[in-house]
Write a protein that binds this ligand. Structure first.
Ligand SMILES: *Cc1c(COP(=O)(O)O)cnc(C)c1O
Length: 617
């Protein structure tokens, strides 16, 4: 059924983010992209991240869980100061939060200790806007007290302006913020990594070059999403203002008088309406109302349409002078100028209208443009896949996920054989009884090095860290290392290698992990933190600075939860891999399933890594 909708152009969002992050980067500022107005839509977060934001800021835990379930592995900061009662859930869900109450931080610290983590704290300072923040006189004593709590670390300070009091960010109040930071650093002997100088309203100060250089972070929502600074709501240079468009359908179109007939009392919302008499006008009623959107925050895209009013479910437009540029019918130009019954009328929402539309369960959300969540889905190359995908029926499942599939059995060196397929954009899935990790990774890595000038990371689900030496960059001889164009491109640097779900390691393997500082999560970590958190951390670490991931999954990690993972844990882990959008190659090679049940189990694991969920989208 066609109800109201909001369309979300992810390409425009990505480009807006790019503009804002470029400007900020020129001034030494990292951007935290704020998704709260979209209720934590993962596609929007992903577009922001591709546009260069360093992390995501969210105000609600529900939204944060949605982002994480949607495969966002970037660092997430909780923006709304936490409630005293929610400490444990917050520490379990995010790495960093903004804070303004000592006892809340104390509760966070206790929860963090209990969970064996360190939670990072940004101390908020109120420099005049009268929303959240320590009062300046109380800041230093508070920092001193908080600094003693184990379980939390003061990562920086921040402020929020233009929200409640409408106080503008200026060189002067930003300098005050920096001074507070310096005083904390000097008195407590700390180094504050983050000085967070506010939201979209701080961009004009950055652009003017007057932002103190010590301010190194901004938390930006509106300027990226709606392309406006928030002091005068003027379009922000280099951004577009129509990434979000609200639409509703004309359900009645009639000429009516502009003044109601009969004695008037209150309207549906308890107000006494007033009317100007403009005679008979063409009036359109749309199927959108106050239950869907803040109607006064809508701006019609077509000129000549004006909003007259709204009830819960109806928006009434004056379409008397309407012209819809979308309709082009040369023969009936006079008519084509008019709004028509059944037509979709489009509006640009302001922040408040967008917030309501995104929150309303009645408004359909339509992301458009390129979401790379299943990138590079489209073409799948099964290498030595039988018997996992032995039957036609199994290939059909892959096709229902949106893949076109192809099977390939390498003859000579798969390393070379794979190259043409990679060039055509195939995602390789390596299976079969022969171990193919060295050749599979080498081919992918070489491809990425030449085509995209980058490296892939490796996420390795392993019972034991028995990685072949030929894969490790650290094992290159000096001579090989000099041959940059050749061998080096086929190796993984220990920086971008992460082991997950280890069950044991020999003394030599332990030594390798320590020596090369390979990020490693054991089954003990899985017990302590949960599989979701472990995979999220692993994805983040393995992918940082790379062009996606080669994921090696040793099926022996899954032993129905005896010493390793349960089936459900494997599915969740691999679904997260798929959702991250980082997968460039998937490898279960060298393992021969024992019987048809084992084959089926492995097939379902592979499908999870390729994006299959219990309920398809
Ligand atoms: C919402 C919010 C932001 C982002 O504000 P925009 O005006 O959308 O840029 C930044 N910081 C905090 C604390 C917020 O709550």
């Amino acid at each position: 059924m066609a109800g109201p909708s909001v369309s979300i152009d992810l390409d425009k969002t990505r480009a807006n983010a790019r503009s804002v992050t470029r400007l900020c980067a020129d001034h030494g500022i990292q951007v935290t992209g704020v998704t709260k107005v979209t209720c934590g839509m993962p596609q929007v977060a992903r577009a922001m991240l591709e546009g260069g934001v360093a992390g995501i800021g969210e105000s609600r835990l529900e939204n944060i869980h949605r982002l994480q379930a949607g495969g966002i592995v970037a660092p997430i900061t909780l923006l709304r100061v936490p409630p005293l009662s929610g400490a444990e859930e917050i520490v379990a869900s995010v790495d960093m939060s903004l804070n303004s109450e000592i006892s809340v931080v104390q509760a966070l610290a206790r929860a963090a200790e209990k969970l064996g983590r360190v939670h990072e704290i940004i101390l908020m300072v109120d420099i005049g806007d009268l929303r959240e923040g320590f009062w300046p006189d109380d800041l230093l004593p508070a920092a001193r007290e908080i600094n003693e709590f184990p379980g939390v670390r003061i990562a920086g300070i921040g402020t929020n302006l233009s929200c409640y009091g409408g106080v503008l960010p200026t060189e002067k109040n930003m300098r005050t913020l920096v001074d507070h930071a310096r005083r904390i650093e000097d008195t407590l002997g700390l180094s504050l990594g983050i000085i967070s100088g506010g939201n979209s309203s701080s961009l004009p100060l950055v652009a003017s070059g007057k932002m103190p250089p010590e301010v190194n972070q901004l938390r930006i929502g509106e300027a990226i999403l709606l392309g406006r600074e928030t002091i005068y709501r003027k379009p922000w240079p280099g951004t577009v203002q129509d990434a979000f468009v609200v639409s509703a359908e004309v359900i009645e179109l009639k000429e009516k008088p502009s003044v109601p007939i009969g004695a008037t009392g209150q309207d549906a919302f308890g107000h006494k309406p007033r009317f100007a008499d403009k005679g008979e006008r063409l009036r359109a009623i749309l199927n959108i109302g106050r239950e869907d959107v803040d109607v006064w925050g809508l701006q019609p895209v077509s000129p000549g349409v004006t909003i007259l009013g709204a009830s819960s479910d109806h928006l009434i437009l004056d379409a008397g002078e309407a012209s819809t540029s979308e309709v082009k019918d040369g023969n009936r130009e006079a008519q084509a100028d008019r709004v028509r019954l059944g037509e979709e009328i489009r509006f640009l929402p302001n922040y408040s209208a967008l917030l309501a539309a995104m929150t309303s369960g009645y408004v359909e959300k339509r992301p458009t443009g390129r979401d790379r969540s299943l990138w590079p889905a489209g073409k799948l190359l099964a290498v030595g896949a039988s018997p996992i995908f032995a039957e036609r029926r199994e290939w059909d499942v892959l096709e229902s996920l949106g893949y076109t599939t192809m099977e390939f059995t390498p003859k000579g060196g798969p390393d070379q054989d794979l190259a043409p397929f990679l060039n055509e954009g195939f995602l390789p899935v390596l299976a079969g009884r022969e171990p193919a990790t060295v050749s599979g990774f080498s081919a992918l890595s070489r491809h990425i090095a030449y085509r995209e000038e980058g490296v892939p990371g490796v996420l390795w689900f392993a019972r034991e860290p028995d990685i072949p030496r030929e894969l490790l960059a650290s094992e290159l001889t000096h001579r090989e290392a000099l041959d940059v164009a050749g061998v080096q491109a086929t190796r993984v640097s220990s920086e971008n290698l992460v082991f997950l779900c280890l069950q044991h390691a020999t003394p030599r393997q332990q030594d390798m992990i320590r020596r090369l500082r390979i990020e490693t999560y054991t089954m003990e970590d899985v017990d302590l933190l949960g599989i979701r958190e472990v995979v999220r951390n692993g994805l983040r670490k393995a992918a940082s600075g790379t062009r996606g991931l080669y994921v090696r999954f040793d099926p022996r990690c899954a032993d129905n939860g005896r010493d390793g993972l349960s089936n459900r844990e494997v599915h969740l882990a691999l679904e997260l891999v798929a959702l991250s959008g980082l997968l460039r190659g998937f490898d279960v090679s060298g393992y021969v399933p024992a019987g048809s049940r084992e084959v089926k189990r492995l097939r379902h694991f592979v499908l999870s890594a390729l994006g299959k969920r219990i309920l398809s989208r």
